[in-house]
Design a binder for this molecule. Structure first.
Ligand code: ADP
Ligand code: MG
Length: 724
């Protein structure tokens, strides 16, 4: 028998599910052996990245210095070095086995895009050399007509332009018999409008940098490098590829539109942090090996709450890089799964009734290397910490709807507010200790239990806040977790750039609002700040919520507080079209009005298309896969009943009749529900299609429990979630 996984293709037969199960049963994990010990030296870490070491090794000293100043200090790029950098990059890439290069960018599809060009330059008949010059490095032209632009790019101007982002290093992407040099780029239209998610992200970092420096200047701090940081925890499901290929819904939509809940799923809480199965560990090791080569600090891996659900968490990094890295994490998970006979599902809700997958975006700001969300060890640091914290609270309270908009999408609609996912209401969890501190500032009175004296900004030192009391309320969509905020609402398939861009912009706006006030107040800075923070907390404390976000009472309480509850994509994305909201992004140079409208349009289109596809897939499966099986079983039963009657059988007829009644009713029901969905699809309203699909699902899922297991055409939840 094979020691490792072998993917066998079997002939189609009556029950492909059984074949899949039998083949999976043949999997025998390899015996751990001393010779196959993993490389723990980290010697290969970052070797597929054109990083600082490579820059120094492949570039003349002065060019290297100039390039590193751009990368590390944000100095403008000196265009005269482009040719040198291009040659060095090419030599390095060739040494890694690359034959092609590509500008790697993030169009508004939510994914990444690449178009490969060979390092090829014909020099005469049947003669060629490998070439790559500064022009190829700095800019590129791509036919943008097939990327979503939300009306941004007029049809006669189909060109899109890619432009090198030197702050995210070039890297090598490998395939079985070669490799490609990938150059991270931004993507814009002929008239300069951003057609991607990276451009606005970079602009938002600039806006937040400026606002942070201005705010901190009031504390007498000199100008320092501002670094916005992100650690994106990625959740995902793995299913065996053989089941996947038998589920047209998974193949086409990434989620199962049918599937009865198995008796056992996640009720026993026995998967979370459980021992990881050998086949999955092998997969995870391969993922990490690839990611480490790309300099992606994948650090934590574990089983998640739902069966067959897992998580990968990297160490946090500079935001722009972390976003690129998360895109590569998702791609690496998918590709490595394929090599292991698995499929990685990044959809927010592949299986109804069990946990969905999110992407927890841990966010903070560092100033000259010091984390501003770290409660400090002296009065000045604390005043800064409390001011930044208040700025974030104000931002989230005023613009909860904008942050919510960034988490919208057909997939996440199934997740938010269901099975252990944060609700669609955006609130902030601060933890007991910090909530008490905020109350003390607000009331100006010391709380008895805290043992603190009356808190005076710029005078007192906060007692250290123990990190482990600050979190562990997993029900909050936006939680302060000791030294960072963790935004838990984004979906597992989303590009983090969108929500981070909005977060940066609204916090920049809040910081500036505080700076405006401080600058207008005469007198002692600390006294003024104390008053200002008091007012801020009073005005915005309604967004603070430490209770159970999953409870049924919370939406009622939130409504009383006036917090927006935008339960689905159409309502959630609408705030992007509101003029006052657009003004903020325009003022901070992050998005123009047209760019915002285009994003709104793309989100709307994407949503409607996905709902339509899901409806179409459901209808097709119900009519062409489920109905024939039910009809066949029903007619066999009917024949059996009439034969039994003819033979005058005294037993069995009752049972046969009861079952045929149920199946017959199910068959009729199936017919009615299919017609209804068909009509809804023809009419086109998303809400009606969703309702009709859900209705059809109830019928099909009920039939799954009735029809002969051997004949059910779709792999069942108990198989996909437990057999791997
Ligand atoms: P958990 O959320 O499971 O408690 P951790 O708190 O250890 O896990 O970290 C979760 C993520 O937060 C990790 O990706 C980590 O690197 C990231 N993180 C830690 N500090 C910061 C920070 N200052 N800025 C952004 N992300 C951070
Ligand atoms: Mg976390």
């Amino acid at each position: 028998m094979c020691a490792d996984f072998v993917y066998t293709i079997r002939s189609m037969s009556t029950n492909n599910r059984t074949h899949a199960i039998n083949a999976i049963a043949e999997y025998i994990p390899a015996t751990p052996s001393a010779t196959a010990a993993p490389d723990t030296s980290m010697e290969t870490y970052g070797t597929d990245v054109f990083g600082e070491k490579e820059i120094r090794a492949f570039l003349p000293k002065t060019t290297a210095r100039k390039l590193l100043a751009t990368i590390n200090e944000g100095k403008p790029l000196d265009p005269s070095i482009a040719d040198d950098v291009a040659h060095a990059m090419k030599d390095w890439a060739l040494s890694k086995g690359a034959t092609h290069f590509t500008h790697w960018f993030q169009p508004l599809t939510g994914g990444t895009a690449e178009k490969h060009d060979a390092f090829l330059e014909p020099t005469g008949p049947a003669q060629a050399v490998q070439k790559f010059c500064g022009k190829n490095l700095i800019g590129g032209e791509a036919d943008a007509s097939s990327f979503p632009s939300g009306g941004l790019r007029s049809t006669f101007e189909a060109r899109g332009y890619t432009s090198w982002d030197p702050t995210s290093p070039a890297f090598i992407k490998r395939h079985a018999n070669g490799a490609t040099l990938c150059i991270p780029t931004v993507f814009c239209s002929y008239t300069g409008e951003a057609l991607d998610s990276k451009t606005p992200l970079l602009r938002s970092v600039q806006a937040l940098t400026k606002a942070t420096r201005r705010l901190l200047s009031h504390f007498g701090l000199p100008e320092e490098h501002v670094s916005v940081t992100l650690g994106a925890e990625q959740e995902y499901f793995l299913v065996d590829r053989r089941f996947y290929l038998q589920r047209p819904d998974l193949l086409q939509t990434g989620r199962t539109v049918f599937g009865a809940a198995p008796a056992k799923h996640q009720q026993l809480d026995d998967h979370y942090y459980g021992a990881i199965r050998p086949r999955i560990l092998k997969f995870m090791n391969e993922v990490e090996e690839s990611l480490w080569k790309l300099g992606i600090p994948a650090k934590t891996r574990h089983n998640e709450v739902a069966p067959a659900q897992f998580e990968l968490a990297p160490m946090f990094e500079d935001l722009n890089l972390a976003v690129d890295h998360n895109m590569l994490v998702m791609e690496t998970l998918r590709r490595t799964a394929e090599r292991n006979g698995l499929v990685c599902l990044l959809h927010e809700k592949p299986f109804e009734g069990v946990n969905g997958s999110g992407k927890h975006c841990n966010w903070s700001i560092a100033y000259g290397g010091r984390n501003l969300l770290n409660p400090g060890s002296n009065p000045k640091e604390n005043a800064i910490f409390l001011t930044v914290l208040s700025a974030v609270i104000r931002a989230i309270d005023l613009h909860a709807d904008l942050l919510r908009a960034t988490t919208a999408g057909a997939g996440n609609d199934h997740r938010l507010g269901a099975n252990e996912a944060p609700p669609a209401i955006i609130s902030i969890f601060l933890g007991d200790e910090l909530t008490a501190v905020m109350r003390e500032i607000e009331t100006g009175k010391a709380e008895k239990a805290s043992g603190r004296a009356k808190l005076k900004i710029g005078v007192d030192t906060l007692p250290p806040l123990p990190a482990d009391t600050t979190d562990r309320n997993r029900t909050s969509p936006f939680a302060f977790t000791g030294n960072k905020f963790e935004f838990r609402a984004p979906g597992s398939s989303h590009n983090c750039a969108m929500n981070q861009m909005v977060l940066n912009t609204i916090v920049a706006e809040s910081m500036d609002a505080i700076s405006d006030k401080v600058e207008a107040m005469p007198g002692d800075f600390n006294v003024n700040l104390q008053k200002l923070l008091q007012r801020l907390i009073r005005a915005h404390k309604r967004v603070l919520f430490s209770g159970d976000g999953y409870s049924g009472d919370w939406p009622k309480e939130a409504a009383k507080r006036g917090l927006p509850n935008l339960p689905d994509t159409p309502s959630a994305i609408a705030p992007f079209g509101v003029r006052a909201n657009q003004d903020i992004f325009v003022r901070y140079g992050v998005l123009t009005r047209v760019e915002m409208e285009s994003r709104l349009e793309i989100a709307r289109e994407d949503y409607e298309r996905r709902i339509r596809i899901e409806g179409g897939v459901a209808l097709d499966i119900a009519r062409a896969m489920v109905r024939p099986v039910v009809a066949d079983e029903f007619s066999k039963l009917a024949t059996a009943i009439s034969l039994a009657k003819k033979d005058g059988l005294k037993v069995g007829v009752t049972g046969l009749k009861a079952l045929s009644l149920k199946l017959g009713a199910g068959l009729d029901d199936l017919h009615v529900k299919c017609e209804k969905l068909d009509k809804a699809l023809a009419k086109g309203g998303s809400a009606e299609q969703i309702a009709a699909s859900a209705d059809l699902r109830r019928t099909v899922d009920a039939l799954e429990h009735l029809v002969d297991d051997a004949r059910w055409p779709l792999p069942k939840y108990r198989e996909m979630l437990f057999v791997y």
